[in-house]
Ligand binder design. Structure first.
Ligand code: NAD
Length: 376
């Protein structure tokens, strides 16, 4: 009997449902050809949650997620909910609430530049001619975004504002362990980024990462100050494998890494909690400007599914097949509107989903004997 694996699917708003639709095609192929037994159930989140249940995170959704083995999310939000108070808007009441409920403290954001998409990068060709593949691992629930005290006060006539950057050793340790374990499996090197020449919290960050690194002698680790890291990413992105960093620095550096790949429509992400329960979603938002036009790029969503297969299903070899299929589709010159310079010749969201599905079946057929002998 194949092990049953339950995914809670939360399409959300905007292009979310359109790109999620394309992942079902992939899931169907995985079940049919790759010996998996993935069962899916859809739940509302964000704006559609507000519309159907009066809240961005309906109870039914929360219970469904808790009963599942992983969450695959589309995106939430849109201008039709902008009039609501901030805490009732889809992002806060839906997505941020869900992240908080599950305590997703670890965020993975891969930024890969495909050779076929080099022209989209704002970096010069000679810098990126070999492509790059950076995995940003960002601490997501600590640091200055949540540290207390914070506030705006008055001193006489003059206002002043303050935030607190605070890290506990356990917060640094748990994310460092995840980074080292990923590095170990993939033979990657880690660059830990901090500002330990100025900040006490960064001194603790660096010392703790150094301490944890002793438990993983086979992983190479180096340390960079965040200002230098920001420069190095532009100067020579190929030098990085994993960037491990705090909430604030990760927020900025992961966007910098995303930018130099050229398109947000290609970038997936994953978030984990202490039990390694994971939620997977595209790095971009609900893109209301292109909603219902069949032009959204479904690759970020399909790559999010691929990360789910790798990290939650623990089937990296199958995830590789999905990634190879995407690469092969791009190699053949098929591109959605956001990743082509020829605005007259592009494939639609649905066509891109179909192409990746076809190429995935081809990958299966090419490797069938091998897959059967390895019982995959
Ligand atoms: P956005 O990421 O939705 O869009 C920015 C630009 O990127 C737009 O031009 C859009 O068309 C394009 N884009 C994004 N994804 C694409 C894809 N898959 N294919 C092709 N083009 C794509 O950011 P925004 O415009 O600032 O936000 C729109 C809404 O999404 C807002 O309500 C925002 O709050 C919300 N949002 C949600 C999430 C999330 O659900 N995780 C993240 C960011 C923003």
């Amino acid at each position: 009997m194949k092990k049953k694996f339950k995914i809670a699917i939360l399409p959300g708003d905007g292009i979310g449902p359109e790109v999620i639709k394309e992942t079902y095609k992939i899931i169907h192929v995985l079940n049919q050809y790759f010996n998996l037994n993935i069962q899916t159930k859809e739940y509302d989140i964000g704006g559609i949650g507000i519309k159907n249940h009066g809240t961005g995170l309906p109870n039914e959704t929360l219970i469904g997620c808790k009963k599942s083995d992983a969450i695959l999310l589309g995106s939430v939000g849109g201008p039709q909910w902008n009039h609501l108070p901030l805490d009732q808007q889809p992002e806060r009441s839906g997505l941020l609430n869900l992240r908080k409920k599950f305590n997703f403290f670890c965020n993975l954001r891969p930024a890969k530049l495909y050779r076929e998409l080099q022209d989209l990068s704002p970096l010069r060709k000679e810098i990126i001619s070999n492509g790059f593949n950076i995995l940003c691992i960002r601490e997501l629930t600590g640091g200055i975004y949540f540290g207390l005290p914070k506030g705006i006060k008055k001193n006489g006539k003059e206002k002043y504002a303050f935030d607190t950057e605070i890290y506990h050793e356990f917060e640094i340790k748990r994310i460092a362990h995840i980074a080292f374990q990923i590095a170990q499996k993939k033979r990657l090197k880690i660059t830990s980024v901090d500002k330990s020449n100025v900040l006490e919290s960064s001194i603790l960050w660096r010392n703790t990462v150094k301490k944890i690194s002793k438990k993983y002698p086979d992983v190479s680790v180096s340390h960079l100050y965040v200002d230098n890291a920001a420069m190095q990413i532009i100067k020579n992105p190929c030098q990085f494998d994993i960037i491990l960093t705090s909430n604030l620095f990760g927020d900025i550096l992961s966007d910098e890494c995303a930018m130099i790949t050229g398109s947000i429509g290609m970038l997936p992400s994953a978030s984990f909690n202490e039990k390694k329960f994971g939620m997977y979603e595209p790095a971009g938002g609900s893109a209301p400007d292109i909603q219902n036009k069949n032009i959204a790029n479904p690759i970020a969503q399909i790559l999010s599914l691929s990360m789910l297969i790798e990290y939650s299903l623990k089937k990296p070899e199958i995830s590789k097949f999905i990634n190879t299929s995407i690469k092969n589709v791009l190699k053949k010159g098929y591109k959605t509107l956001d990743i082509t310079n020829n605005k007259k010749k592009y494939v639609t969201t649905e066509e891109m989903g179909n192409l990746i599905t076809e190429f995935l079946i081809k990958e299966y057929e090419k490797n069938e004997k091998n897959l059967i002998s390895k019982n995959i």
